[in-house]
Design a binder for this molecule. Structure first.
Ligand code: KG4
Ligand code: ZN
Length: 334
C-alpha cells in the first residue's frame, strides 16, 4: 500500500489529506478562509498569511484523522501551479521542509489536473479518453484527457473565468461572496428564458469562451432598473453562463475521436442547473464529483501524485511555484 500526504494552498482553502493507493481517502481537512468575505473576493496577501497560520494545524489534523504519523507516509504532494503564487509558496515550502526532514519524495502537482482527478477518487476507473471540464473561480478549461498523465487543452476563456463572472455579478447585485451558491439558490425560482443575455461570439473560435461581455450585459440590465424579478434575471444569467460550456462540449464531441466520458470538476460544477442540463444533453457517461471533492481540496492532490509515485518518478525538492500552468494546446482546436 502507498500512502501519500497531500497539501493544497492555491487559493483561499488550506487543505491537507492522506490518501491510500490514489483511491482511498483517509482524511481530507479543508479550512476555508473566512477573512476574504468582508472584501467580497480573495485578497492574495491575506490568503498567504492565513495559509501560514493554518498549514501546520491542517497537516497535523489530516495525519491524526487518518490515524497515522509521518512514518506511515510514503510521499508528500503539494499543489505548485497554477494559483496565487504567494499562497502556493506557503504550501510548497512547508511541504519541502516536511519531506526533506522525513526523507520522503516530494511531488509538485498541477492543481487543475488534480481537480479532474477528483472524479477518479469518487468513481474509480472512468473510461478514457474523456473530455474533462474544469470550471472554477480562476479557470474555465476543457481538455482531452488520454490518461492521468496526458492532457491536451481544447478550450479556454479569452477573458474572465466563469466563476469570476458569477462572483462579480453577485457582488454587483449585493448577494455576497462567493456568489455561485446564492445565484443558484435564487435562480431556482426564476425563468431562464426571461432575459435573452448574449452568448459571446469569439473571433476565430466556436469553442473558446468569453465572460466579460456577459458580466457587463447583466450589470447594464440591473442598472437599467425595470421590473424584471431578481429570480428571473439570475435564472437567465445562469443559463447564459452554462450554455456556452454545453455548446462547446457538443461541438467537441463531434470533432474529437473516440471520447468515452465527460468529467466535470471545479467549484462552479457544484451547480445543479449545470448538472441537470449536462445529464439531459449528453448520452455518454457524465461524472460530477461530490461537492466536497469539486472545490479545492488536498485529497485530489495526493490522489494524482500517487500515479507519479507508482511510475517511479523520483520526486524533486527543487520545485518552485507558478501562477500559471503551461498547457499543451491542440493546434486545430476551434
Ligand atoms: O474550485 P473553487 O472552489 O476555487 C477555485 O477558484 O479554485 O471554485 C470557486 C468558485 C467560485 O467562483 C464560486 O462562486 C463558484 O465556484 N461556485 C459556484 C457554485 N458553488 C461555488 N458557481 C455556481 N454554482 C454553484 N452552486
Ligand atoms: Zn481550484
Amino acid at each position: 500500500m502507498m500512502t501519500i500526504l497531500g497539501i493544497e494552498t492555491s487559493c483561499d482553502e488550506t487543505s491537507a489529506a492522506v490518501v491510500d493507493d490514489g483511491r482511498h481517502i483517509r482524511s481530507n481537512i479543508v479550512r476555508t478562509q473566512k477573512a476574504h468575505e468582508a472584501f467580497m473576493g480573495v485578497v492574495p496577501e491575506i490568503a498567504s498569511r492565513c495559509h501560514v497560520e493554518s498549514v501546520r494545524p491542517a497537516v497535523q489534523a489530516a495525519l491524526s484523522e487518518a490515524g497515522c504519523t509521518l512514518s506511515d507516509i510514503d510521499g508528500v504532494a503539494v499543489a505548485n501551479q497554477p494559483g496565487l503564487v504567494g499562497a502556493l509558496l506557503v504550501g510548497v515550502h512547508f511541504a519541502k521542509g516536511l519531506a526533506a526532514a522525513a526523507g520522503l519524495p516530494l511531488y509538485g502537482i498541477n492543481h487543475i489536473y488534480a481537480h479532474i482527478y477528483a472524479a477518479f477518487l469518487a468513481y474509480g476507473d472512468i473510461a478514457l479518453p474523456a473530455l474533462a471540464v474544469v470550471l472554477s473561480g480562476g479557470h474555465t478549461v476543457i481538455f482531452r484527457m488520454e490518461s492521468v498523465h496526458d492532457y491536451t487543452l481544447l478550450a479556454t476563456t479569452r477573458d474572465d473565468a466563469i466563476g469570476e463572472c458569477v462572483d462579480k455579478v453577485a457582488k454587483y447585485m449585493g448577494l455576497g461572496y462567493p456568489g455561485g451558491p446564492v445565484v443558484e439558490r435564487l435562480a431556482r425560482e426564476g425563468r431562464p428564458d426571461a432575459v435573452d443575455f448574449p452568448v459571446a461570439r469569439i473571433k476565430g473560435s466556436d469553442i473558446d469562451f468569453s465572460y466579460s461581455g456577459l458580466k457587463t450585459a447583466v450589470i447594464q440590465t440591473v442598472d437599467a432598473g425595470g421590473d424584471i424579478p431578481r429570480a428571473d434575471l439570475l435564472a437567465s444569467f445562469q443559463r447564459a453562463v452554462f450554455t456556452p460550456v454545453l455548446n462547446s462540449l457538443e461541438r467537441l464531441l463531434l470533432r474529437q475521436a473516440g471520447i468515452r466520458s465527460l468529467i466535470f470538476s471545479g467549484g462552479v460544477t457544484a451547480n445543479g442547473y449545470l448538472r441537470e442540463r449536462a445529464r439531459e444533453r449528453f448520452t455518454l457517461p457524465v461524472y460530477f464529483p461530490p461537492l466536497k471533492l469539486c472545490t479545492d481540496n488536498a485529497a485530489m492532490i495526493a490522489g494524482l501524485a500517487d500515479h507519479s509515485f507508482r511510475r517511479g518518478e523520483p520526486g524533486d525538492y527543487h520545485i518552485g511555484a507558478s501562477p500559471r500552468a503551461e498547457w499543451v494546446r491542440e493546434k486545430t482546436a476551434g
